[in-house]
Design a protein around this ligand. Sequence first.
Ligand code: GLC
Length: 738
Amino acid sequence: MNSTTESGTTIAERVEALLGRMSLAEKIGQLNQVGGADFAPGPKAEDQIRAGGAGSVLWLNNTQRFNELQKIAIEESPSGIPLLFALDVIHGYRTIFPVPLAMASSWDPAVPEQSQAVAAKEARAAGLHWTFAPMIDIARDARWGRIVEGAGEDPYLGSAMAAAQVRGFQGDNVADPERVLACAKHFAGYGYSDGGRDYDPVYLSETQLRNIVLPPFEATVKAGVATFMSAYMDLNDVPASGNHFLMRQILRKEWSFDGFVVSDAFAVGNMLIQGHARDRRDAALRGIKAGLNMDMSSYTYPENVAGLVADGALSVAEIEELVRPILAIKFRMGLFEQPYVDENRLAEVLAQPENRQTARWAAQRSMVLLKNEGGLLPLKTDLQKVAVIGPLADSMTATEGSWMVFGHEPAAVTVLAGIRAKLPEAEVSYAPGSEIRRDIPSWFESLMAGYTGEPPQTPEESESAFQTAVSTARAADLVVMVLGETALMAGEAASRASLDLPGRQEELLKAVADLGKPVVLVLLNGRPLSINWAAEHIPAILEAWEPGTEGGHAVADILFGDVNPGGKLPVSFPRKGSHAPLYYARNITHSPEGSQMYNPRYWDGLPVPLYPFGFGLSYTTFEFSNLQISAPQVKVGERVTVSVDVTNTGEMAGDEVVQLYIHQKWGTDTRPMRELKGFERITLQPGETKTVAFPLGPDELTYWSTNANGWIQEAAAFDIWVGADSLASLHGELEVIG
Ligand code: GLC
């Protein structure tokens, strides 16, 4: 924060000098983020800005308007402090990348890093300074809609993906005019909402918080993230936006975070609704006391903080402490020198071909091959009659996925378009089949570009569409079914109790399978789905997630063998929604699976995942051998190297993700039966062998023990596995001694 600027003064000196000139009202103004959309409370944005009452504006996506509002801030407000313009650029601004859950499926940090670098370049060219991403909530309940926005169930993979996104957005200098500020959200524990019900309260032990939920957030601090966002929900009966433990103890005291925290939307005012704050004045007081710098558009701070200071409930020093990092970041970004955006820049950036090339590459690396019986895939390009069937087969919005920026016009290459481009000579027919809709519409619907408000199909229309799809399939030699969820079936306010294919999709799949033709299933979805019937009866299944603008080309690249899929699942796939939360890193219990004592937990069906964490197939095959541990015994604090040989035993070049798992066999605390502690995606030519090595030492073997009230690494014996997914069987042992 204290880098010296050209004028020879440090950032801190410039901040103090500016603070010294600001009124209390202006200091409070910096803590206020004004909604640029008409649903935001409080006076008109320009009036608040003109009075020096705004530090940032969100929910606006208009380059010219950005400059207009910035001009008011610079030329008409008392101290002329530039605004930060912020928006949710979660996986792309105009070029849309795979959703974050898909990026995590690549198990390649270069995918989120390069994707978010393009997103930053486009967003900054549009005039945005700050994105509300990465979302890094660990999610182990697939019913929770926002699982789509994170990196899945594992803190080790999640930490790698979170840091990579921060690097992509921010680069190594936020003064770079092609970068934006990142925002680690939602701090913290949001993914543990009871029952996967979005916004519901969260109860977490300190063990769960520190060993599972917090590591990805700490990884972003180490990567230099500029901002955090506090979550909506109660964490152990204290709303995250008024939570001292999170924002004072963890974030600032333990991690020495020097950026600033913005609340989630209206979350300061929401403390009243949640039954936590007595009134809005109390809510503002709790937010400030807990260390929440910026109130996102609830207008609670502007309305109450001056009065709290006048009453002596807050001091000016407490306000200034929260203002400093906001001003410091504006200085670091160079906004005082260059507050405006070149209104011609966006068109130049969007014209760069590498943006869509990166999107296609990211989508290819994010897809996961779940099944390929009898080598049905890759398909031959001499196919004459292919039917592409399903409600998502030609859906641009489902291909781009959840969290589109305001005003985004869908422009994705759909799976149908991708297959047609790959088979220009063939007859590629299409039928959507019965439409699918949420039982309860999303309140985000009206914000979606392309939302028409059309009434749902009548039963007759649905049946007619169903029959047309079956007859279209009947006329083809091979059928590609594109099924899953619409963009609003996952994401915010999109939790669901079931993980089944919505609507009549499975019925249509069965009807098409009954025709006796080869069927390939492509999934477009934002969460694990309980595709139990398909897993048993459909020969080839590709998990494509929500792959973005180039999704259709990437699917066709994989289906026809131009790309060999190498993605792996970052989440377990439950067989039923009611099996959630389901995850691999569980404690063993006294009735472990596979033992005499094993009790299958549910007598109405085994809760083992349909597909395990880390699972994914390839068009080639791999063999793991020669697991080596550099020493059988090591002292606490020392490290060993674990190495393994991986061979491509097939006919095609391909990627494998080598995964290292450990299990501490006894200790102060019981530890999970397996924990990911290393991974590397490698490419092997047919017949090629590579040796992959991982360090194993204090960084990997230390854990938080609430019993011991601290971070500990213990003398104990460890199981070690290395393989291609969380069921890896190549095993070794390590003894750590005191
Ligand atoms: C939303 C989301 C948050 C987003 C914010 C601003 O409700 O919870 O992830 O960044 O509001 O749009």
